[in-house]
Design a protein around this ligand. Structure first.
Ligand code: UDP
Length: 356
């Protein structure tokens, strides 16, 4: 792949910082745009210190700034977003605004500057579709009540997809969409309610793990390393333009099963407490029974499939959270960035484009 300059919005976040690591390892040039609302300097300071990455502290809603940065890059990965159902439910208006305005600015700037853009959407766009079938990119979407703020996030991301699609159809822009299902790994914090970092931290310190509801709801968890490989494959393959792709692990696990697995992998003596949803979340929350991706489209185009198991991902999260806890307790001064990125990322070579 020729050397390219990437603009990563949200590049100091959990996902964005791993994408930046992979691009730098592939000898690409990277500019990160982040407002540090949920991103962290810790995630990228090793990249900034090495001079491999330019960091711009600013907002994706700043049209002049985004236009300037877009003019300087070859490809934009638009990953900036509000993260976590807890944050979305707690601050729905801010979430909506940031996603809608930011996506408008970024995708219109990409189109104007004739640059490729990959928009990070989410499995939330499928809503609470409870079918037994894995979700396909063309599956119907079933949103709950308009008064439940969880769904405003789905609406904001669906709007982003529609904008991406519209610019492609009407202006010939090179837009691509990835729909990320639950993604886990080092650098994901427990602050925004995500289940895996919460469970792992509690298991390490010996507190009970709080399983919401009866724990029979299920999810599919993908190692962030596999998510990065998928995003980069979508960003490089010519056949991905104008399309949307599910990115997720097709293998489901119940949340109770996940709690038991975390306790086992940590070797913890923690117990499990069941917490009713009304206590766990504010008004505006609605639980999903299950959500499983069909990733055939991405596999057929680029040969992508997850390379890491759930246990691989949990073990990396456990290592990361152990180091975090040691740093918080003052037992560790700084973390070797490679300790949160233990092995090189596996980016599969893109398969040649197929005839339709
Ligand atoms: N969950 C839980 N305990 C927690 C945090 C989350 O049981 O401490 C459950 C939550 O109700 C949901 C699942 O774990 O069923 C995944 O939650 P998360 O917010 O990580 O992802 P999402 O609901 O967006 O898929």
């Amino acid at each position: 792949m020729p050397r390219m300059r990437y603009l990563i919005t949200g590049g100091a976040g959990f996902l964005g910082s791993h994408v930046a690591d992979a691009l730098v390892a592939g000898d690409h040039e990277v500019t990160i745009l982040d407002d540090f609302s949920t991103g962290k300097h810790d995630n990228v300071e090793h990249l900034i210190a090495s001079g491999a990455v330019d960091l711009v502290e600013g907002s994706v809603t700043d049209a002049t700034l985004v236009d300037d940065l877009m003019a300087d890059c070859d490809c934009c990965l638009h990953l900036a977003s509000a993260v976590g159902v807890k944050l979305v439910v707690a601050r729905p208006l801010e979430t909506l605004r940031r996603i809608v305005q930011g996506t408008d600015v970024v995708i219109s700037a990409a189109s104007r500057n004739d640059k490729r853009v990959v928009f990070a959407s989410t499995s939330e766009v499928y809503g609470k579709s409870s079918s037994e079938e894995a979700l396909h990119e063309d599956s119907d979407r079933v949103l709950g009540s308009a008064f439940k703020s969880r769904w405003s996030y789905a609406i904001a991301k669906s709007y982003g997809e529609a904008i991406a699609h519209g610019y492609h159809r009407e202006h010939g822009a090179d837009t691509r969409v990835v729909r990320l299902f639950n993604t886990i790994g080092p650098r994901q914090r427990d602050t925004y309610g995500m289940v895996v970092p919460r469970f792992v931290r509690r298991a390490i310190v010996g507190d009970d793990l709080s399983v919401y509801g009866d724990g029979s709801q299920s999810r599919c968890f993908l190692h962030v390393r596999d998510a990065v490989a998928a995003i980069l494959a979508v960003s490089t393959h010519e056949g991905a333009t104008g399309r949307a792709f599910n990115v997720g692990n097709p293998q489901p696990i119940t949340i109770l099963g996940l709690a038991e697995r975390v306790i086992e992998r940590v070797g913890s003596s923690s117990g499990i407490t069941f917490v009713p949803y009304e206590e766990a979340y504010e008004d505006g929350f609605e639980e999903l029974g299950k959500r499983r991706p069909d990733t055939t489209a991405l596999h057929s185009l680029v040969g992508w499939r997850p390379m890491c198991t759930l246990d691989d991902a949990l073990d990396d999260v456990i290592d990361f959270q152990r180091a975090e806890l040691a740093m918080e307790a003052g037992q560790l001064e700084s973390r070797d960035p490679s300790s949160s990125w233990p092995t090189p990322i596996l980016v599969q070579p893109a398969a040649p484009a197929r005839a339709a």
